[in-house]
Write a protein that binds this ligand. Structure first.
Ligand code: IPD
Ligand code: CA
Ligand code: CA
Length: 280
């Protein structure tokens, strides 16, 4: 018999652990930490990323032994299906910011059951801003309920995008977004996918696009955005695969549909390239 999950308890525990982990991360600023690179010289990991992931894994496994964890640093489980309860955990999203700036990074946790989002948390540690939701209960920023997303005209919209995607790269033809960038009010780049997605959910941005994100980067943000009434798809408007790397395009409903129809689809119709970063 499958055990019923007490989601209110999981919710309270997660907030408690996030705040504890946040304090530990803040206290690391006064000590020196080790920095290594992973897949390339710009893909950084520190002792603090690893310690934070281990901290959560110990708490989760100690309290909820049946739950599984997909963590960026690899101390969790090998996840090949979406059965049961899965925690998607990025202990520090925005490690480059953490290393260079000691700000603009977040703890990101999305908890899903049988592939359906149940709870989501993005904690902007140095601002002490926790974006969180229980499925169906609305989006909160700390203890304040966030207003449902408003739609703006494209000419008054802000999009978060990394400059990588408008210069030569392997994933998308750099000409794809040029006409859109001329049309909208402005672009932003914060260096943390989790913060960028939380900002879309909270109405601080109208959209965010990335051509290469992993499940621990987007699982919490996807749920927060959907809870706020926003849309979260791949760049070519398909459903996101929680078990794989994806291209990601999120936004308010109007921004998402207008950009898809008037900018992305016409680029694809002209055979501009778009390559999915699948790990399979
Ligand atoms: C990265 C950040 C960054 C995004 C990268 C991610 P990390 O996560 O979210 O903004 O552009 O694709 O890998 O490595 O700092 O956890
Ligand atoms: Ca990340
Ligand atoms: Ca990370």
């Amino acid at each position: 018999m499958t055990q019923q999950t007490n989601w209110n308890r999981v919710y309270d525990d997660t907030i408690k652990w996030i705040k504890e982990a946040g304090e530990e991360i803040m206290s690391s600023f006064t000590t020196s930490f080790n920095i290594e690179s992973k897949s390339n010289p710009n893909d950084l990991v520190t002792d603090i990323d690893k310690q934070t992931e281990k901290f959560f894994i110990q708490k989760i496994k100690g309290t909820y032994p049946n739950h599984r964890i997909m963590g960026e640093e690899g101390f969790g489980d090998k996840i090949e299906d979406l059965d049961g309860v899965i925690w998607f955990l990025d202990p520090i999203d925005g490690t480059m910011n953490f290393v260079h700036q000691q700000t603009n990074f977040a703890i990101s946790i999305g908890i899903y059951e049988d592939g359906v989002g149940k709870l989501a948390f993005i904690y902007d540690v140095t601002k002490d801003e926790l974006y969180h939701c229980k499925k169906g209960s609305g989006l909160y920023l700390n203890d304040k309920k966030v207003k449902p997303l408003q739609s703006t005209n494209l000419s008054e919209s802000l999009l978060a995008i990394n400059a990588t995607w408008v210069t030569e790269n392997h994933r998308i033809d750099p000409r794809t977004f040029s006409p859109l960038l001329k049309k909208i009010r402005g672009t932003r780049s914060y260096g943390s996918a989790a913060i960028e997605m939380a900002f879309v959910a909270a109405g601080r941005l109208d959209g965010y696009v990335s051509l290469r994100l992993a499940p621990w980067d987007f699982a919490a943000g996807k749920m927060l955005i959907e809870e706020a009434g926003g849309i979260c798809t791949t760049v070519d408007n398909k459903e996101i695969d929680l078990l794989d790397k994806n291209t990601i395009f999120v936004g308010t409903p109007k921004f998402h549909s207008q950009v898809q129809k008037e900018y992305i689809q016409p680029a694809l119709d002209q055979n501009f390239y778009l390559r999915t970063p699948s790990t399979k």
